[in-house]
Structures are given as C-alpha cells and as structure tokens.
Design a protein around this ligand. Structure first.
Ligand code: GAF
Length: 389
C-alpha cells in the first residue's frame, strides 16, 4: 500500500475538521547535516542537505483574528489563540510553541497576519535530530505569510524560525536547521557560511547513497547540554576578545592551552577543527573524492566523541559498525545536536545492502536497541523547489 503523503493527509483533515477545502498547502523538509556540527552558532561552516521527509500545512483564511491549529501526528491535538492578545506558551500542546513562537516573531517584525485554520501533518521522524521542529517553524512562517499575502524570503523565514526557538522555545540553537529546511536544493548539499549566510550548493555524487540510521537512543537533557556547549564556546571566544570561535586559529588556541579550563578548551578545539573539516569536505565532495570525504567524516565523529563530548556509547557503536563495513569507501558520523538521535552515512550504492545488513546484525545485539534505517534523497527546501500551493 502506498503511504498517504503528509500534504494529502493534512488537506483531507482540513476539509473534515473545518468543513471546507484548504486554500493553500505548504511544505518544509527536515534536514540531515553531513558535516559541521555545533559550528553554526560559532559563526562557522555547515554542510546540510534537506530530506525527502517533510512537514505540511493545509490552511485556509478565517474571518476573525484567530489561529486554530490541529496537529495530526500529535493525536489530533488542537489549539486556538488570538492574534490580538499576547501569545503565551502552551505546556500541554508543546508542539504548538514552534507555531506560536513564529507568530510572535512575525507580528513583532510588523507582518500583517490574518486569522487561519491550519492542519499540520508530517513524516520527519520526531525527536531524532532530523529537525522536525525547524521544519514546523519554516512551514509555519511560509503558511502564515503566504495566506496573508505577505512576502517573505527563505532567509527571513529561517531567521524568524531560529528566533522563535531562541526566544520562545528555550533552545539557543544556531541557524543551520532552519536555513537548510528553507533553502536546500534537490540532490545537493549546502555549504553555508553561518556568518554571512552565503550558501553554496554542492552536488551529491550520484554513486553515493544517503543513509540515515536512527539509533533510537532516547535523547535526554538535549537542550540543557546544548546550551552549556554554547556557553563554553562563548567563554573561549570572549577570553580571546573575538566575536566568535570562527575568528580564532588553532595555533592561537593551542598556544594558550595553559590559561583555559580544559572543557572549554576541548569544545573550542572541536569547533575550530570542525570548521576546517567542513570546508575540506565540501571541496572533497565537489571533486568526487570519496576517500578524502570519508576520512573527514570519521575525524568529525571522533572529535564530537572525544572533544565536544556529545555522542553516546550506542551511537559510537553504530558508527563503528558502519565504518568497519565501509573501510574508507564511504563513512558514517553522528549528525545533529547529539546525545542520541541519528547517524548519517554516505555509502557507495553497491555497499548499501552490506551496510544495512551489518547494522541489522550487529546493532541490536550490541545495544539492545532496534535501529531504524532510512535510505533518503536530498530534497528541495520550502523556498526552493519544494514549495507549492
Ligand atoms: C541542532 C541545532 F538546532 C543547530 O543549530 C546546530 O547547532 C546543531 O544542533 C549542531 O550542529 O540541530
């Protein structure tokens, strides 16, 4: 049986719950980061791709100034709030805080929003580090402005999504996930300079398959550990009197090791070396040099494990299983914020089955957890070719 896609599910539910057809459908994808982890909020470089998993909104205008929204994948949870009253956090329907946060940012920036009936559905795995929340923020920004005939660019939508997350949802995230969800292009990775927000698309070689494996480790304390990492990075930047770790060389850092606490030192070491690896990886990808790319991905994982300390034993096991199977002809590393979630692997198509077999044979027996394997395509962002409606 073919899966009913989220946009179709959302449109059908809109008709059912609001007794009229949706006027517009909007979509925004999740993302996977190929390399460049925890570099975005240090003004550095990242290399994500958007996924062929997305969140959809089916929407229609209302006569009043109310937003009424239903989340099909949250057991049909329904919220209603006015655009003319202060928008407050909802502890019971916490999914709606991403929508509410975006509403606050748009109103604060002077966008004239109309009331809307909204149905949300998606197939981005939730809580797996594949940016289901960024997808919701971006599709919300697209839907709220689109329905109100207000113009917005992908970069603006991404900045509003990030601001919603920072100011309203309590995570001091960078801008990678939102920009990836907004701007990525099909079959490409996006080398993003998180300071200038300049994006450069890099072709993903056709002979490599993009495989994502969910470790199914429950992610705990993610936001608090994330915010601590960010503070540690900022401590080192301010010790050197620079705006961000982007401005610091490895030589400067190493020369001052004796004066910096060990944890902030290790965090900065990861960020500075990861920026270099990300630029080198984009270069290797564009030259089709899979050996060089694989080495960089392996080093990136080791750096996250040993210096940034955001991996967990199950994820390390998963990465080892894949890298031992690939033997440098492709590679895997943890992707996203850390403390569980997913591993991304770039795998030559002829080795795809061997990788899947190794993971199925060895991951459960070593960890007691069932892996979830997704063979993905790099898709277009909400403001690239994916947008419709
Ligand atoms: C999370 C954040 F939301 C991103 O901004 C980024 O920092 C990432 O973790 C780590 O690279 O996805």
């Amino acid at each position: 049986m073919t899966e009913v896609t989220p946009d179709v599910r959302a449109a059908q539910a809109h008709e059912k719950h609001f007794s009229k057809a949706a006027e517009r459908i909007f979509k925004a994808p999740g993302r996977v980061n190929i390399i460049g982890e925890h570099t975005d909020y240090n003004d550095g470089f990242v290399l994500p791709a958007a996924l062929n998993y997305f969140t959809a909104i089916a929407a229609s205008k209302r006569e009043d100034r109310v937003i009424e929204a239903i989340a099909l994948d949250e057991k049909g949870s329904r919220v209603k709030f006015s655009l003319d009253e202060p928008v407050t956090r909802d502890a019971d329907a916490s999914w709606s805080n991403y929508l509410r946060g975006v509403v606050i940012e748009l109103l604060g920036a002077g966008y004239q929003l109309c009331g809307a009936n909204i149905v949300i559905a998606g197939n981005v795995p939730l809580g797996a580090g594949l940016s289901s929340s960024a997808a919701l923020e971006i599709v919300s920004a697209a839907a709220l402005t689109g329905l109100s005939d207000e113009a917005i660019s992908g970069v603006q939508a991404a900045l509003f999504g990030q601001a919603a997350e920072n100011n309203f949802c309590g995570c001091s995230c960078g801008v990678m996930d939102q920009l990836a969800s907004a701007l990525c292009e099909p079959q490409k990775a996006m080398l993003l300079d998180c300071r200038s927000l300049q994006a450069h698309m890099v072709d993903l070689p056709a002979e490599l398959s993009l495989v994502i494996i969910n470790s199914n480790v429950k992610r705990g304390l993610v936001d608090s550990e994330y915010n601590i990492r960010r503070q540690q990075c900022e401590t080192v930047a301010s010790y050197f009197g620079v705006d961000a770790l982007r401005d610091l060389s490895l030589e400067q850092l190493v020369a001052n090791k004796a004066h910096i606490d060990i944890l902030p030192y290790k965090r900065a070491y990861h960020v500075i070396t990861e920026n270099r690896r990300t630029l080198d990886a984009a270069d290797a990808l564009s030259r089709g040099d899979i050996t060089a790319l694989s080495k960089l991905m392996v080093e990136s994982h080791e750096s996250m494990r040993d210096d940034f300390e955001i991996t967990v034993p199950e994820i390390d096991i998963l990465v080892d299983i894949i890298n031992q199977t690939l033997k440098g002809r492709g590679a895997a590393r943890m992707t996203g914020g850390g403390f569980g979630g997913c591993v991304v692997a770039l795998v030559p198509r002829e080795l795809e089955n061997s990788v899947i077999q190794s993971v199925n044979e060895q991951y459960f027996s070593n960890t007691g957890l069932q892996p979830e394997i997704h063979t993905c395509q790099a898709a277009g962002g909400a403001f690239a070719s994916l947008a419709e409606g």
